[in-house]
Structures are given as structure tokens and as C-alpha cells.
Design a protein around this ligand. Structure first.
Ligand SMILES: [Zn+2]
Ligand SMILES: [Zn+2]
Length: 215
């Protein structure tokens, strides 16, 4: 398959032929429809994520965790997904699947060490730059790392669910109510999504603050 692969040099990725990942038991093979670029992808390529464990830039990484993809193969033991389902990322990392929180499907609170591993996969390679990002034709994911997209959500919109969820979380935490004035600090992709969510929540005035002026 074709994939955008890091070379280990700053800000450089190259289109390469790499082996298509094989789907194992309990996993799904997905064909990427769209992949959005995250700020952390750029930080990884700038090697400014190196302070994180596994965050240092190296060659052979396939980035991309904001995606819409279609299930093309279902691993043994997976019952609630079928070929043709469209998925976006849930943002969940590897999980233990057994702790108090996992059994209640609150995977983001998993007490197991697995959740500290890559946001891309359960495979314990660790780090941001492993070989299973969505900037490739195919990728393998565990079902808990995915959310099914309903028919009324387009595939391009689906690729933006993960970054938009940051705004949903922020607006919920700030308890924005109809008629409120909301201030969003930072008007990048995450900030723009947060502004839209604040409006949907009923904010009558939304003020953006950024270091850059009007475009
Ligand atoms: Zn992201
Ligand atoms: Zn757990």
C-alpha cells in the first residue's frame, strides 16, 4: 500500500510502498477515506514532541489520527462491526479492557498501563511515530478505538470528529449556556471548532483571541 512515511529529517515525509497491515483477532482493517492534519503531527515533524516518551522524530513513522475510514476486513471475534461500516477515531489509546473503568466503557480513564502507549494502536510499540497512522491506504485498529459514523455524517466531516471533540469537551466544561458570551483563546483548528460548538450551545457572542491579527 501507499503511505506517507517520515524520513527522520525535520519536516520531511515521503510517499512510499509499505506492507499492508494484517488484521489479527479482535481487530479491524480499515481503508482510509480522509485524514486531517493535527497540530501534533506538525510538532512531531518539527521534533518538538521529543519531550514525550516515544515522541522523538524518527524514520519510518506513519502519522495521522484524525480520520474517516471504511472497514474492509473484520478480525476473528469482532461482532459489532461489518465490512462497509464507516469509522472515525474515538481517540482512545490502548486499554487493558479489564479494569473498573474499561468494564464500564469509560476507556479514557483506564487504569492499565496500556493507555499510556500510542494513540494509534494497541500494538506495544509505544510513541507517536509508529507505523499505523491514517496517512496510508490501510490501517489496523481495535474496535474500542473507533466510533461508527451515521449515514448523515459525511466522510470529510467524519475526519474532523476527533479535533471537534476537543471543542465539545471545552464547551461542556465551561458550561456555556444560551445567551452567554464565550471567549476562545487561540483561533487555530481546535479554536475554530470550539467557536462553532459554543454557538451551537447557544452563546450569543463568541470572541476569539489570537496572537495573529485578521487574516
Ligand atoms: Zn489530533
Ligand atoms: Zn482498563
Amino acid at each position: 500500500m501507499k503511505a506517507a512515511v517520515t524520513t527522520g529529517k525535520l519536516r520531511e515525509i515521503r510517499l512510499e510502498d509499505v506492507p499492508t497491515p494484517e488484521v489479527g483477532p479482535g481487530m479491524l482493517l480499515l481503508k482510509t477515506a480522509y485524514c486531517s492534519v493535527c497540530g501534533t503531527d506538525l510538532e512531531y515533524l518539527d521534533n518538538t514532541l521529543a519531550y514525550r516518551e516515544g515522541g522523538a522524530l524518527h524514520a519510518g513513522a506513519i502519522l495521522g489520527h484524525e480520520f474517516c475510514a471504511e472497514v474492509v476486513e473484520v478480525g476473528d471475534g469482532v461482532t459489532d462491526w461489518a465490512v462497509g461500516d464507516r469509522a472515525t477515531t474515538s481517540g482512545f489509546r490502548g486499554i487493558c479492557g479489564e479494569c473498573y473503568f474499561c468494564r464500564r466503557r469509560l476507556f479514557n480513564l483506564c487504569l492499565g498501563k496500556e493507555h499510556e502507549r500510542s494513540i494509534y494502536t494497541q500494538i506495544p510499540q509505544g510513541g507517536y511515530g509508529n507505523r499505523s497512522g491514517a496517512m496510508a491506504e490501510y490501517m489496523v485498529r481495535a474496535p474500542h478505538q473507533l466510533l461508527k459514523l451515521p449515514d448523515h455524517v459525511s466522510s470529510t466531516e467524519g475526519a474532523l470528529v476527533e479535533p471537534l471533540s476537543v471543542g465539545v469537551g471545552a464547551v461542556e466544561a465551561a458550561e456555556i449556556r444560551p445567551g452567554d458570551t464565550a471567549v476562545v483563546i487561540g483561533a487555530g483548528k481546535i479554536g475554530l471548532g470550539t467557536m462553532q460548538v459554543a454557538k451551537v450551545a447557544g452563546a450569543s457572542r463568541v470572541i476569539a483571541v489570537d496572537l495573529h491579527g485578521e487574516p
